[in-house]
Write a protein that binds this ligand. Structure first.
Ligand SMILES: [Zn+2]
Length: 250
């Protein structure tokens, strides 16, 4: 049987069975298989991959694997970020300057935290995989998911497999992966529905406030989507601490 030799680099090893991590994997070349299919047969979603180098040349996902190919697969933010740019074929188009997200159904707390930081995050707990892939495809939203099968859908160009299960650490992961720190704009977006917040005069909403809130607070924001009212109430300190933590300022 003829074989090709696969090397997954850096964080792509997260997807491999422990016995295959950080070593050369010999795979059989027994049909006309694209390199995308070969890579995904190891459950590495294409959305994680930035570069594929075969026998020293940069190739795209349609490359047909041949016997004895020496294949190196790199994620984003790998050592290859520092290689000469002109010769390399990066596999995803550059991200838009203000990335927007669509978040998988089981990551609701991540969605709320990201909205708290001002990021546009579509989230609905009854989205199915097909809807998520389709919306991402049509709107260029980045899919955030812990379901690698979802990220393997061909339709999805931009995606990220969220490694940890702990929501606050998930936020740091996303900020680092997409280099978002400079774009943090806290308390500008509704954590419930994702629409923008706007300033509102107290007297126009006074009838909706509880007596103590009316007595002690003067500055209010309202969601332009669902009309939820926000003010610097008792949870404000906690929210401020959270924002500092996410921004790396604590
Ligand atoms: Zn809202």
């Amino acid at each position: 049987m003829e074989q090709a030799y696969l090397n997954f680099h850096d964080s792509l090893n997260d997807f491999l069975a422990p016995s295959l991590q950080n070593q050369v994997i010999a795979c059989n070349v027994n049909r006309r298989a694209s390199i995308k299919d070969v890579i995904e047969s190891y459950n590495v979603p294409h959305t994680e991959i930035d570069l594929i180098i075969v026998d020293g040349a940069s190739v795209d996902f349609d490359y047909i694997v041949e016997a004895s190919n020496d294949i190196h697969v790199y994620p984003y933010h790998s050592a290859m970020d520092h290689a000469p740019r002109g010769l390399l074929h990066h596999l995803s188009p550059p991200l838009p300057p203000h990335p927007r997200f669509i978040i998988d159904v089981n990551l609701g707390r991540l969605a709320r935290y990201m909205r708290l930081l001002g990021f546009d995050c579509l989230y609905c707990n009854d989205f199915d995989d097909h809807s998520i892939a389709e919306i991402s495809n049509k709107t260029q939203r980045i899919v955030l998911s812990r379901d690698r099968k979802l990220l393997q859908r061909k339709m999805i160009t931009y995606g990220y497999y969220v490694r940890t299960e702990i929501p606050k650490i998930q936020v740091s992961e996303i900020l680092n992966r997409f280099k978002l720190h400079a774009l943090i704009n806290p308390l500008t977006r509704c954590t419930k529905c994702n629409e923008r917040l706007a300033k509102i005069e107290k007297h126009t909403i006074e009838h909706r406030l509880k007596p103590l809130t009316r007595q002690y607070y003067d500055k209010f924001l309202i969601c332009t989507g669902c009309n939820q009212i926000y003010w610097q109430g008792s949870h404000h300190k906690r929210v401020t601490r959270l924002i500092q933590k996410f921004s790396g300022n604590d």
